[in-house]
Design a protein around this ligand. Structure first.
Ligand SMILES: Nc1ncnc2c1ncn2[C@@H]1O[C@H](COP(=O)(O)OP(=O)(O)OP(=O)(O)O)[C@@H](O)[C@H]1O
Ligand SMILES: Cc1cn([C@H]2C[C@H](O)[C@@H](COP(=O)(O)O)O2)c(=O)[nH]c1=O
Length: 218
């Protein structure tokens, strides 16, 4: 009888322009080289419905109430879990997601002021106790993330928010990293690309060794 082990779920977090997408692609090929099946995904999005919700959520012409925004983020997440994340983990693949629920606590909670208690109810409803195995949080000052985003592309609905909004989002992330220090590892995203990558690899290799020593077959 073949017993399949559940894969691992890694999430990347940070304010816009922190460098998540850049490092995610690299980490995926690093893990594939170790023989793993790796699925790269993102939030909001990654399912047909999720990508439509993403378009609405990021469209700067589409004003919406903070609670509507929150509910749409969790609706997209429900689809993402059902159609992409859980099936992949069940067949033993590793899943790396560009953002997950920590982003809702940071953006809708810290940024928009939606109470944590409401977010926790949605988290429990949608995830039923499920959470990432490892989260890498790329911490950058708002001024640096702004410069990076401005030189990279046209601003979406979130990127049009003022610096103060992103200061609140960043503080909420840092607060969460303290609260869940076992799961959320902070990497200084303001360093050079190479230095950030080295720090990220260190975090992932520690996680990898911990899995191997706990009996997980790599
Ligand atoms: N450590 C770094 N040093 C210099 N430039 C960087 C660094 N990390 C990322 N960048 C550049 O900053 C820009 C934004 O990076 P990236 O798209 O990876 O950020 P992100 O966190 O995924 O942003 P978003 O959440 O808005 O999609 C890109 O042009 C990227 O090349
Ligand atoms: C999952 C999630 C995302 N957001 C915000 C954060 C970003 O501004 C956008 C996604 O764009 P990206 O370029 O792919 O990072 O959505 C949010 O506010 N709440 C969430 O839960």
């Amino acid at each position: 009888m073949i017993i399949l082990q559940r894969g691992k779920f890694i999430t990347f977090e940070g304010i816009d322009g922190a460098g998540k997408s850049t490092h995610l692609a690299w980490l995926a090929s690093f893990l594939r080289d170790k023989g793993l099946e790796v699925i790269v995904t993102r939030e909001p999005g990654s399912t047909a419905l999720g990508e439509q919700l993403r378009q609405l959520l990021l469209d700067h012409r589409q004003a919406m109430h903070a609670e509507t925004e929150t509910l749409l983020m969790f609706a997209a997440r429900r689809e993402h879990l059902d159609k992409v994340i859980l099936p992949a983990l069940e067949r033993g693949a590793w899943v790396i997601s560009d953002r997950f629920t920590d982003a809702s606590f940071a953006y809708q909670g810290g940024g928009r002021g939606v109470p944590s208690a409401r977010l926790e109810i949605l988290e429990q409803w949608v995830q039923k106790g499920f959470s990432p195995d490892l989260t890498v949080y790329f911490d950058v000052p708002v001024t640096i993330s702004r410069q990076r985003v401005q030189s990279a592309r046209t601003a979406d609905r979130f990127e049009l928010e003022p610096d103060l909004f992103f200061e609140r989002v960043r503080q909420a992330y840092l607060q969460r990293a303290k609260q869940f220090s076992e799961r959320i590892r902070v990497v200084d995203g303001s360093l050079s690309l190479e230095e950030v990558r080295t720090a990220m690899v260190e975090v992932v290799e520690k996680f990898w060794s911990a899995q191997a020593s706990s009996g997980y077959r790599m």
